[in-house]
Design a protein around this ligand. Structure first.
Ligand code: ZN
Length: 303
């Protein structure tokens, strides 16, 4: 199992913003303190080049982002999404980690990887930064996998508390990409919440939903869709802001629920994807809950 990360992902920062460098530090510290990194190959991410970014985002958008980084202070790309000095490199490292993870798995160096990176990516649409996200990291990973001759179908599953509008925007007309998203209903990002088709599976969850109802929704909506899609590669947008302690939303999941869903997904990857699975960090804003949820997720991923 590989772990991709880079300390420069901490240089994307804005005071008082919930998507802050301490998130990544909490995750890495936990993986080191528990000894888990001793059983993983730790890889330093490299920046994704513009000629790969344009496999998902139009070159005009990439050029706009390249020009938007301030030399001092911060700029807003949307009301929630900022760039500070260091953000451009952080965003390209985050995307680069996910693409490298896919390439290393396809070269059969490993079959599983976790990307501990930021900024997150799943709200970034084809040509719009949004919801703390600049480039859509998981979409870039999916396109990289699909460019490989052995990979005909992929699945992206997203258990962040927020719907993955960006990932749906990118793949809504691509039946070879199954997208499964669980999220708090009638909540941010208020886009694509009601959009579904044969390969876009939405699982809206009422505020206050606990682990039991979450698991029932996954068993009802995701697992049959994943079995029927038979993905050659499984990609996870792993956000942990559906945890009960998270300050940004109102679902009530716990660490055991993240262990459970990871075990289910591992089973799908074993049955259909030759075990090929990557997971990348999306949301999660309570540092303690984030660290313990990542620990539960990665530990289950290593089984
Ligand atoms: Zn989120």
């Amino acid at each position: 199992m590989y772990l991709y990360t880079h300390p420069d992902c901490e240089n994307h920062k804005l005071a008082q913003h919930p998507e802050r460098p301490e998130r990544l530090r909490a995750v890495i510290n936990r993986l080191v303190e528990t000894g888990m990194t001793q059983d993983m190959k730790v890889k330093l991410a490299e920046e994704l080049s513009d000629d790969v970014l344009i496999h998902v985002h139009p070159s005009r958008y990439v050029e706009t982002i390249n020009r938007s980084e301030p030399t001092i202070s911060t700029v807003r790309l949307d009301p929630d999404t900022y760039m500070s000095p260091g953000s451009l490199r952080a965003a390209k490292l985050a995307a680069g980690a996910c693409v490298a993870a896919v390439n290393d798995i396809l070269r059969e160096k490993t079959d599983r990887a976790f990307c501990a990176i930021r900024p997150p990516g799943h709200h970034a649409e084809v040509a719009a930064a949004m919801g703390f996200c600049i480039f859509n990291n998981i979409a870039l990973a999916a396109e990289t996998a699909l460019a490989h001759p052995d990979i005909n179908r992929v699945a992206i599953v997203d258990f962040d508390v927020h719907h993955c509008n960006g990932t749906v925007d990118i793949f809504k007309d691509r039946p070879e990409v199954l997208v499964c998203s669980s999220f708090q209903e009638n909540y941010y990002p208020y886009r694509y919440l009601d959009f579904s088709n044969e390969h876009i599976v939405n699982s809206p969850l009422p505020e206050g939903t606990d682990g039991k109802s979450f698991r029932a929704a996954i068993e009802r909506d995701w697992l049959p869709a994943l079995d029927s899609h038979q993905p050659d590669f499984l990609l996870i947008s792993a956000g942990f802001d559906a945890h009960e302690q998270d300050p940004l939303a109102g679902l009530c999941l716990h660490e055991a629920d993240y262990s459970w869903i990871t075990a289910q997904l591992l089973c799908i990857a074993t049955n259909h994807s030759q075990g090929r699975i990557i997971s990348t960090l999306e949301g999660g804003y309570d540092l303690s809950a984030l660290a313990s949820s990542v620990e539960a997720h990665v530990s289950a991923l290593m089984q």
